[in-house]
Each structure stands twice: as C-alpha cells, then as structure tokens.
Design a protein around this ligand. Structure first.
Ligand code: ZN
Length: 326
C-alpha cells in the first residue's frame, strides 16, 4: 500500500476513533494509514441520562489509552462518530432517535475539554462512509453512497470525492426519506420513513405482526424477544414465512436504493450493518428492483456491493477527521 493514496501523506502519530451508538460504544487507536493498534468497547447505557452516557464514553477512552500504553503526546486528535443529527460545524448532537434525551449536547467541546486533543464530531454513517472511502471497499470511488442497515438505516453520501454534509451538516439522512406516506410511525417521529420499512426493527416488527395474525412459522417463543437475527436464522432453516419476510424487506431496501440511484447516479452503493449478514436472500430482491425500476443509464453504471470494514468503518472513519483537519 502506497502512502501517497492518502491526502494527508505519510503523517506519523496516532488518532483515536470513537463510535457512540445506541447499543455500543467502540473506541480504537489507529495510525494515519488505518492500522488499528488497540481497541476497547462497552455497552451504551442508552436508557440513562446523557451525562451517564458521556461518563461511559470517557471511561472507554481512558481504558483504551491505558491498554495501549501510549503517551498523550503521541496522539494527534480524536474523532467521534455519533448516532444522531449533528451540527457538524458547532460539534453539537442536536437530537438522536437512538440516544433518548440527547438534545443540543455540545459533545465535541465536552471531550476536547476533558483530554485537550483536537476533537471532531461526525454522524456515524457519514464517518463509516469516510472509513470505507479511505480504507475499505469505496477506495477510488468518488461518487458513492454508503448504507448501513441495522436497527435503523443510516447513509453517507460522497460526491466528487467529498462527503456531502449539506449546509448544516445534517445531510445524508436517507433512512428518513418518506417511502410510504401513510405508513408506520418512525423512530424520528415522521411517518413511513425508509428505516421504518427496511431496517432490522422493521423486519422483527413485521414478523411479530404476522405471527399474531396466525401465520404459519417455525419461529417460536416470546414474541417480544424476536429480532432480525431470529427471523434470519429461521429463514436459513427453510421457514417459509421468514423467507418471505426477508424477501419483502429486500424489496423495500431496493425501493430506497432506486431513489438514491436516480437522484445521485453513483458508481457504487455500499451496504453494511448487521442486517446484511442475511446475505443473498436480502440482496437479490434489492438488486433486481434497481435493475427493474431505476433509469437504465444509472442502473447500468452502479455496482451494489457489501461494505468491507464491518463495525470498524465508523471508528476508522472518525480517525480520518483528525488527519484531514491537521
Ligand atoms: Zn424517520
């Protein structure tokens, strides 16, 4: 790998990358070439107040520093990827469907004050797009869209080799584009968002609804415990209902991608997140729909692929903010 591929050159030193999600806080220490030298994680105390979550975040960073045994002077900065709608310039989490109670939290300032390193804050899906662009499957693709499908749907949009942030830093919330105007309530408060139809939560919710209506299935037990993974496992064991539900989910994943392909004409759509572990059963209906419904010029130009970096995309992407802003 040549150093020259990075705009920041062969910058020495290390950066911290933190991913603050609704279920997990993950932190890494990495070189400017994307080599991870230490990692830490803990469960997000999501149902506690923001102060407790921030304490947990700080503890994760202190522990990472301790296990890596690196001097503070070797660390060039810290990038934080957070689940939520962020004011990028101000470094403020304005609101977050996944972190209840988070309203206008100046997270960048809080962390910068604690450690003294230059600190940057970015939306988690945007950070993951940065990670895939510099270190993963989107290397060399100047126009691409990263989509993560897990509990919700997050996206990051790259145009002409730049992350597109919009005027306030809130762009790229494709998970909340309205797909079904009279659909279900979304976690964001709007109705019929893509996320409410094509995410892991949507899959679990639809499974419960159909079982309650008496659908035949091998899925057993407490309905409140059904997750996307439960449905995925049942599908792999040949359960018809589970297979149909996933195929239906893939269809709605495809509906959203058709919109994105028609609007942005990207060369690459990268899909990551836990739900993509389902594989072909999910991807095939989505890919077919894009071929069927998107404008053929754009449909022919786009590759739809799996993201490469898994859960490291967000943390590694967060470290690039440090190098890009040095
Ligand atoms: Zn929404």
């Amino acid at each position: 790998m040549s150093y020259r591929q990075f705009p920041w050159g062969d910058e020495g030193g290390l950066a911290l990358g933190v991913d603050l999600g609704g279920t997990k806080i993950a932190a890494i220490l990495a070189t400017s070439q994307g080599k991870i030298i230490a990692r830490e994680h803990r469960t997000t105390p999501t149902h506690e107040d923001p102060e407790t979550v921030i304490q947990s975040l700080k503890r994760t960073i202190y522990e990472l520093k301790e296990v890596s045994d690196v001097a503070s002077s070797q660390i060039s900065g810290i990038g934080i990827a957070a689940a939520g709608i962020l004011d990028f310039k101000a470094g403020v989490v304005t609101t977050s469907p996944n972190l209840p109670g988070w309203q206008d939290i100046p997270l960048r300032e809080i962390i910068q004050r604690e450690y003294g390193w230059p600190t940057f804050l970015e939306n988690d899906a945007n950070a993951a797009a940065l990670g895939e662009y510099y270190f993963g499957a989107a290397k060399g693709s100047s126009n691409f869209i990263y989509i993560t499908i897990s509990t919700g749907i997050g996206t990051g949009i790259f145009i002409n080799g730049q992350l597109y942030r919009g005027v306030s830093g809130a762009a790229g919330e494709a998970g909340h584009m309205t797909i079904k105007a009279d659909g279900n309530l979304c976690s964001c408060g709007n109705i019929g968002c893509w996320e409410s139809l094509a995410s892991g939560s949507a899959l679990a919710r639809e499974a419960v609804r159909q079982i309650e209506q008496g659908a035949k299935t091998a899925i057993q037990g407490d309905l409140t415990q059904i997750t996307a993974e439960t449905v995925s496992q049942a599908a792999q064991q040949g359960d018809r209902l589970a297979q149909e539900l996933i195929s239906h989910l893939g269809y709605y994943v495809g509906v959203g991608i058709v919109n994105l392909v028609n609007i942005f004409n990207p060369e690459l759509i990268l899909i990551g997140g836990g739900v993509t572990e389902i594989g072909e059963l999910l991807f095939q209906p989505a890919v077919n729909l894009v071929k069927e419904r998107a404008f053929s010029l754009s449909a022919k130009a786009v590759r739809i692929e799996k993201a490469q970096l898994g859960s490291d995309s967000g943390t590694l992407g967060a470290t690039t903010l440090v190098w890009l802003n040095k």
